[in-house]
Design a protein around this ligand. Sequence first.
Ligand SMILES: Nc1ncnc2c1ncn2[C@@H]1O[C@H](COP(=O)(O)OP(=O)(O)O)[C@@H](O)[C@H]1O
Ligand SMILES: [Mg+2]
Length: 258
Amino acid sequence: MGGESARGKVMAVYHLKGGVGKTATAVNLAYLGAASGLRTLVCDLDPQSSATYYFRVRPRLKNAGKVYLKGRARVSNNIKGTDYDRLDLLPADWSHRHLASALGRVKRSRKRLQEIFAPFRGEYDLIVLDSPATATLLAESIFVAADLLLVPVVPSTLAARAYANLRAFIKRKGYDEDKVWAFFSMVEARKKMHRTTMAAMKEQFPRWLRATIPYAADIESMGLARAPLPAFQPAGTSTKRYRELWEELAALMLYRGE
Ligand SMILES: Nc1ncnc2c1ncn2[C@@H]1O[C@H](COP(=O)(O)OP(=O)(O)O)[C@@H](O)[C@H]1O
Ligand SMILES: [Mg+2]
């Protein structure tokens, strides 16, 4: 990134809903960001710690609440390298299930994550938050901390409702709706219902990324490979789609007006 004032950007992959491809997206986009030359930190905020698993990191966090609430040194001490150049990970473990309630016990709790990540914007060009499916104080802290909130939306009827709920939640709480960008995830282009749902949702809500991610077996196989998809399928068709998604996001976050 050029320019003296260049500061790392925080992108959160978030949804109220689980199983929509958040972690797969966070892991693959972080990999692509690092591969494009950005110093990248993935921050796993989910007690299920799937991102941590994909990167083959064993966390030894004593207490996630303390790590996040006791300041910069604690966070730094817990950052681990990965097998990939320029790509670091702040892992999660089961203690992360207490993070929302730990946040609730501190002052200005909604701003806390933003404050925690502020100094790391100097060390990293890109910070990717992999969020749990939650609508707690942790979710609100993520809304505040993120420059861009990336929401994977599966084009099914129930998932469309969940996205409408999320938009209403963000609006009701007064968070900046302009930083919410969505893309269609796990798309089955042969399903007519997916096609009609996508068209209807594009009418209803703004800011859809053009790239879509298909429902694909190679993406599912990341769990066996325990690696980002572009690392083991660099020329695959699904990798191509993640690259398209990454290009759009990079243009939005990194190169706009600088
Ligand atoms: N595009 C996709 N196509 C097929 N399977 C996917 C895709 N994205 C994710 N998966 C699989 O679906 C499950 C949930 O994905 P995950 O990324 O963990 O979702 P979330 O983080 O939103 O809960 C995982 O088993 C994952 O391997
Ligand atoms: Mg996940």
